[in-house]
Design a protein around this ligand. Sequence first.
Ligand code: PHE
Length: 459
Amino acid sequence: MTSRIKFTNKFGFIAAAAGSAVGLGNVWKFPFEVGKGGGSAFLIMYILFCFVLCFPIMVTEIAIGRRAQKSAAMAFTPLGHRGWSWVGALGVFCGILILSFYNVVAGWVLGYFVEMLLGNFDIGQHFTEYVSDIATVSGYTIAFLITTSFIVLQGVTKGIEKANKIMMPGLLAIMLFLVAYALTLDDAMKGIAFYLVPDFSEININVIYRALGQSFFSLSLGLGAMMTYGSYLSRNEDIIFASALTTLTDTMVAFLAGLMIFPFVFSQGIPPEGGPGLVFMTMPGIFKSMGPTLGIMIGSLFFLLLSFAALTSTISLMELPTAFMVDKYNIKRKNAVIYSTILIFIVGIPSMLSNGYSGFFTRFITYIGADTPVSFMDFVTDIASNTLLPFGGLMVCIFSIYVWKRRKLFRELTHGNENFTKTFIARYISFTLQYIAPPVLGAIFIITVLEIFFGVNIF
Ligand code: PHE
């Protein structure tokens, strides 16, 4: 086995894994999904999925990657199961699809950083016009894509670790400050109630489906991103600890984002089910209310730190096609990055043009389950994050238990955690992978494919 470049220590890996997980998924996507999914109903399902289903799957993905010493699409071959490579390839495809819209939203964040610096707080009310300005949005999107490419070029094990150690706590600190500020506003409690007071009547198949997709998306699971990072992890490190810390951090940031946004949303009378613009329509008004000096400072810092969080996620996404080309075709990393960038740019054009709001790509497609045409972005979200990621997770479970076998998975997990097999966590992981994840993921997959894409009414 050739030796692969490794993260220099445990915190390097955790910073990268948590950096991949924490991103726009937490601060942009999570709040608007909660808003659409009836508030607390969505939150309950989301947290349940993160800890019960996703944590064991994260552990398994990282273990497979570390054992195989190969990135996602190539990981199954060295384990002796070449026939499973399509699961990895599907993940690479999924990563490209996700990047196609993720870059655009990251572009909006970068643009908002500049607008906040200029003190343009009224932009929140003009969000729709802002994102339909194709020249501006494309400029920021391309700038973001190229920044990602440059960092991926250096290799994911270098470079971002140090910056991440400052940026991630920075984002947490500013969010805590904003939560405290939020609670002082009029109508804040209405937002908190919407977010936290359980309303089980709102739970339906659509909420379950979207909460499941969101938990996979937010934890970067089901497409081999964690598998690829695992392949750069040394065997002295404890996968359980790293996964637990990553899951906890990610869920906490998402939870805080909700705690921050909903009081802001209700205090300004913005409808919570407003969709992907929610954060962008809500935040500027809040910064305005802080007065010009503080508003500019906090506002620009917030969007700057959020851009950075997005960057550590796009890096892990771009690493998927890049590592795939390097591992499979043995080409230079530099060329792999160039090809990946071009590919992602091309696939991202529809998202860049539509921005989900105007023109052809806004009313992109009607599939049977949707009553009205949905935007290209919603379509990609439905296909990639809500359907394919949980499906990828299902395949990882089946592979690890029935094909690779639990014994080998557990043996890999004892490297860096000698007593692992004797712990409660071992039993819990084994039980979930075997008895909970396959039926739950399988059933939700079948139901949603039938309901959403074929219009069959099951419930
Ligand atoms: N988890 C990232 C976020 O929350 C997005 C992501 C998805 C990154 C899948 C990598 C793989 O923003």
